[in-house]
Ligand binder design. Structure first.
Ligand code: DX5
Ligand code: ZN
Length: 215
């Protein structure tokens, strides 16, 4: 299993020890949640923080934009060192064009679905994306319980990917722990985001290794 720890649950008053832990760990990415207080009822951090983090972090950045009109910010996201730019399907009027522009900027394009958005809305874009990020909580906050319907959506998405021959990876975000992580692995997930489960653990580095072992 690939693991993308979410910085949202790190200590914002002193991020360096948390970033050094990520660098030492077996994590595959660092997940960064950008919120605008409009698309979601919360505000997290923005480009200056991302840029500073990218200078310290040696893992590829997996950026999750919970903002309206994400297509306006593609070059800024790229300039902050993102490898993956995830945009919400619900926030993009012209999703195909947005995915094309993310690719032209040299990043991998991810499309994110809120819990109430069906997997079927991806039928006409799945061939063009590198990743689908399924929200297993309502976006905006860490520490929420896992929405179990996500397991069905993960299976549906796995079958859509198989039917279409898409290369998209399946990433799941919200309420991930070792138990839900195993269920998601069984349902066909490729990447697990984990915020509070990792940063709230006694030994975050070891917790990342335990998530890595899921298959
Ligand atoms: C929520 C964010 C998540 C969040 C997950 O809107 O997208 O990435 O950090 O937090 P946990 O793992 O605590 O549910
Ligand atoms: Zn996220």
């Amino acid at each position: 299993m690939k693991v993308s720890p979410s910085l949202l649950s790190a200590n914002f008053a002193n991020m360096l020890p948390d970033l050094e832990m990520i660098n030492r760990s077996e994590s595959d990415y660092l997940h960064m949640d950008i919120m605008d207080g409009v698309f979601v009822p919360n505000i997290s951090f923005g480009f200056p923080v991302m840029k500073s983090v990218s200078k310290i972090c040696n893992k590829p950045l997996d950026v999750h934009l919970m903002i309206v009109e994400p297509q306006k910010w593609i070059s800024q996201v790229r300039d902050c060192g993102a490898e993956i730019m995830n945009v919400h399907q619900e926030a993009c009027l012209h999703l195909h064009s947005c995915v094309q522009q993310i690719h032209s900027a040299g990043m991998k394009a991810g499309v994110t679905l809120c819990p109430a958005t069906p997997v079927s809305t991806l039928e006409d874009i799945i061939a063009d994306v590198d990743l689908v990020l399924l929200m297993s909580v309502n976006p905006g906050f860490g520490g929420q319980p896992f929405i179990r319907h996500t397991l069905k959506k993960t299976r549906e998405l796995r079958s859509l990917i198989e039917q279409t021959g898409s290369k998209a990876e399946i990433e799941i975000d919200g309420g991930v722990n070792l138990q839900t992580g195993q269920e998601l692995a069984d349902a066909g997930a490729d990447i697990l985001v984990a915020g509070s489960f990792v940063f709230g653990a006694k030994n975050p580095e070891e917790t990342i290794s335990e998530l890595k072992k899921l298959k």
